[in-house]
Design a protein around this ligand. Structure first.
Ligand SMILES: CC(C)(COP(=O)(O)OP(=O)(O)OC[C@H]1O[C@@H](n2cnc3c(N)ncnc32)[C@H](O)[C@@H]1OP(=O)(O)O)[C@@H](O)C(=O)NCCC(=O)NCCS
Length: 183
């Protein structure tokens, strides 16, 4: 079996590679509910959105072949210790452990910032994504029925959650992420 791709923190220099990995999931799939693929500039804006949250990239032969990131789960203040996570791989990169490696690195970047819970929404069915989230310790929360309409039909979205740490009684403000120097 292939080994997982090299996983490292991502920065805006990866925005074009990340946009290229994401594009087919927007144009040809319901894994993303977006309908217009973001270009590199828009991806860079997302990567730098405040408060800055971790993005990680998988690289093979110098090219970005996958990525995972965390985003604010909701804008309202009480949600600020909660993030939503997503992960996407280039075609041909699946089943080699790269999705797991991306998520493990993402959570390792998130935990020191003080985040408490990671959520993931998965348009159903998606056996690979459910398998990955389950393997990483996420547990199912429930299903939003007919939550999105794309490619001519309605789609359910299953939600999963992962505790990143014990919820503290008196949480300190979550920190903003700074990508470590290229590792
Ligand atoms: C979901 C995705 C990121 C998984 O990444 P991957 O590199 O193929 O997964 P890995 O090889 O790291 O496998 C991780 C775990 O997921 C499970 N898994 C992976 N593919 C699976 C499949 N098709 N069916 C069931 N389980 C699967 C494996 O059993 C594995 O468990 P283990 O690590 O305990 O052995 C990848 O399939 C992908 O990019 N899919 C398209 C985009 C997408 O749907 N993203 C998620 C949006 S919510």
């Amino acid at each position: 079996m292939r080994s997982p791709a090299l996983v490292r923190a991502a920065d805006v220099a990866d925005a074009a590679g990340i946009a290229a990995v994401y594009r087919p999931y927007v144009t040809d799939s319901v894994a993303s509910f977006e309908s217009v693929p973001p270009d590199a500039a828009e991806m860079a804006v997302r990567m730098l959105a405040a408060p800055r949250l971790p993005w990680v990239a998988a690289e093979r032969d110098g090219a970005v072949v996958g990525y995972a990131y965390a985003a604010a789960h909701h804008a309202r203040a009480a949600y600020r210790w909660s993030v939503s996570c997503s992960v996407y791989l280039a075609a041909g990169e699946r089943g080699a452990g790269t999705g797991r490696a991306l998520y493990e690195r993402l959570f390792a970047e998130l935990r020191p910032l003080g985040h408490v819970t990671a959520f993931a929404g998965i348009a159903l069915p998606n056996a690979a994504s459910v398998g990955l989230h389950t393997a990483l310790g996420f547990t199912p929360v429930g299903v939003y029925r007919a939550a999105g309409f794309k490619a001519g039909r309605w789609h359910d979205v299953g939600w999963w959650q992962l505790p990143l740490r014990e919820p503290p009684a008196d949480p300190v403000e979550p920190g903003a992420w700074t990508p470590p120097a290229r590792d």
